[in-house]
Design a protein around this ligand. Sequence first.
Ligand code: ITT
Length: 195
Amino acid sequence: TEILIATGNSHKTEEIKNILGGNYAVDDLTRKDFAKVDETGTTFLENATLKAVEISKLTDQWVLSDDSGLEVDALYGDPGVYSSRYAGEDSNDAANNAKLLAELKKLPRECSRAARFRCVIVLAKNGERMAHFSGAVEGRIIDVLSGDAGFGYDPLFIPEGYDQTFAQLPISAKNQLSHRSMALEAALPWINENL
Ligand code: ITT
């Protein structure tokens, strides 16, 4: 079975491929001319549902979406569902990281640096949501960009129990620890049974 990942973010596709480990072929939207789905929801589940359901109306394939983001406690959970557009509608990873660093600078030194990545995965077929799963990884935010691997906020996030960021750790470590891998591990038994 080939799974269509309802994402335009090729970093997500790479990680999902890596975590699924060759049992499923995956494709994503980067080579399809489906219009981008508007993420009008206020939760990861709403946005993941929108993406998977809307794309699954355009194909007979199984569709898997990933809605994810970073929650920083001292920023009341921001950037949260706005993680990909924290610095503005057409911002990129560098601008979003700069914005996060600027917000952190405004906080008192003693403020908590606790943060977590969250991921919600939805599986849909023929315009219907069939299942959903979530994952999270706890950690902390640092104030200097560190490392080149990964994407998004990886250079600023150190997972609990480690002293390097997701962008410094080997890719295999991120793919065993991450919110995305937690959500996919939870989804796998269901996927194996139903796809
Ligand atoms: P699609 O909607 O097309 O899947 P997107 O990048 O816009 O791609 P989201 O709306 O789910 O996806 O936003 C996710 C953002 O959260 C992403 O752009 C990063 O800024 C951040 N993020 C999510 N997972 C991450 C990870 O593993 N490492 C670093 N940042 C991550």
